[in-house]
Design a protein around this ligand. Structure first.
Ligand code: NAD
Length: 250
């Protein structure tokens, strides 16, 4: 019996990075999973990779525009049609930014807010409507970041968006508690994805040395927190923003 046995989960940005590992961990723990990507091509590639790893059943792909309520509703309806219900939403999709304040355009700032804040709002609304109609009980898990607590010395849209994610998490937790829908967030530190692999050793080494637990986070570390928060073992936890960062203090 898996930790999230038979639960139906949607994972946004599930095609690569941390999101792909969240999808895999949910499948390993018995869930039925819909991964949402931005393009059909990347969705198909992720499904093919999962099939190579032995996960052919209980997984499907959708590619809604995450900032468009109608598009997200249509995708979630497809999930309910295939798997019969919706129990868990993992708002993982996100984009980073390193732009200096003096170089920012409003468009670039808005672009980060769109995918990091508007998308979790739109997806949470669509998921909550379904969960409430089912009679309540469910879990929404957002992706914050350690910079959503400490700030970041460039790319201010990114930490700003993650502070907003924390606010959305705490507020929706309070609003949805009466339906037994729990809303929490995971706040990763620097996590070992392709993006990090592309950085030179001269950047990576001091980064690792600054982390008290002595290593970077692995995507599995983050995914395990998602699985726990989605599981019944977390049935009395809502409104929490859980750091998974090896005690990093940037
Ligand atoms: P990644 O770039 O590898 O993956 C991001 C995912 O989001 C991809 O699947 C991508 O398709 C999806 N995405 C991006 N823009 C999208 C859009 N417009 N529409 C739909 N999907 C879109 O990043 P990652 O490192 O795996 O990050 C995942 C989450 O974790 C993000 O929310 C990120 O902010 C957060 N995070 C990552 C780290 C880290 O060190 N990697 C640290 C803290 C927080």
């Amino acid at each position: 019996m898996g930790m999230v046995q038979n639960k139906v989960a949607v994972v946004t940005g599930g095609t690569r990075g941390i999101g792909y590992i969240i999808v895999r961990r949910f499948l390993e723990e018995g869930a039925k999973v819909a991964l949402a990507g931005s393009r059909q091509e990347t969705v198909d590639k992720a499904l093919a990779k999962l099939a190579e790893e032995g996960f052919t059943d209980n997984v499907m792909g959708v590619c809604p525009d995450l900032t468009d309520a109608d598009s997200v509703k249509a995708a979630f309806d497809q999930v309910v049609e295939r798997f019969g219900r919706l129990d868990v939403l993992c708002n993982n999709a996100g984009i980073s930014s390193r732009t200096a304040l003096v170089d920012y355009t409003v468009e670039e700032f808005e672009g980060v807010m769109d995918i990091n804040v508007i998308a979790p709002f739109v997806c949470s609304q669509a998921a909550a409507r379904i969960m409430i109609e089912q009679g309540g009980h469910g879990a929404i898990i957002n992706t914050s970041s350690m910079v959503g607590k400490h700030g970041q010395p460039s790319g201010s849209a990114y930490p700003t968006s993650k502070f907003a994610v924390n606010g959305l998490t705490l507020s929706l937790a309070r609003e949805l508690a009466k339906y037994d829908i729990r809303v929490n967030a995971v706040a990763p530190g620097i996590t070992h994805t392709d993006m990090v692999d592309a950085l030179p050793d001269t950047v990576i080494k001091p980064l690792i040395e600054s982390i008290p637990l002595g290593r970077m986070g692995e995507p599995e570390d983050i995914a395990n927190a998602f699985v726990f928060l989605a599981s019944e073992q977390a049935s009395y936890i809502s409104g929490a923003v859980i750091p998974v960062d090896g005690l990093s203090r940037p």
